[in-house]
Design a protein around this ligand. Structure first.
Ligand code: AMP
Ligand code: ZN
Length: 137
């Protein structure tokens, strides 16, 4: 637990939140600035800054929880789709540096645009990139 981390405090229950699920290791809360109704955040109770710090096993647990929450939230909210988003680093849009996963119910005509501008690489460029990554695996 970090004294200077707001998500540590929320996860520990020291700062109130709209909690929709809690167990020994995780708290799932409603986002204060939702992209759509029901937008929630999975917070591990232990502090990890991002996907690079969180242990592999924990990362797997988070996704298992995301799956279960998505099923329950879809039934409760009757949403039409669902985005799962997880930002790492300022350049990637992370603003709170305590690992969290966004669960975003989507509704037809909700007016949100969670997307990117597609690039147009050549096959050669794709191969070059794949080679760089494969070299590390
Ligand atoms: P990210 O940009 O991926 O780091 O996401 C941070 C998210 O946390 C944003 O969607 C914020 O709206 C949300 N947020 C920030 N502070 C709080 C808070 N105190 N309670 C609930 N959600 C928060
Ligand atoms: Zn923290």
């Amino acid at each position: 637990m970090r004294d200077d981390c707001i998500f540590c405090k929320i996860a520990a229950g020291e700062i109130p939140s709209q909690t929709i699920y809690e167990d020994d290791s995780y708290r799932v809360i409603l986002d204060l600035g939702p992209a759509a109704k029901g937008h929630a955040l999975i917070l591990p109770k232990e502090h990890y800054a991002d996907i690079f710090e969180i242990p592999e096993e924990k990362a797997g647990e988070v996704f298992r929880l995301a799956k279960n929450m998505a099923v329950k939230m879809k039934a409760a909210l009757k949403c039409d789709g669902f985005n799962i988003v997880q930002n790492n680093g300022k350049v990637a849009g992370q603003t709170v540096f305590h690992f969290h996963m966004h669960l975003i119910p989507r509704y037809t005509d909700d007016g949100q645009d969670i997307n990117w501008k597609p690039g147009e690489p050549t096959q050669e460029e794709l191969k070059e990139t794949a080679d760089i990554i494969r070299g590390e695996i």
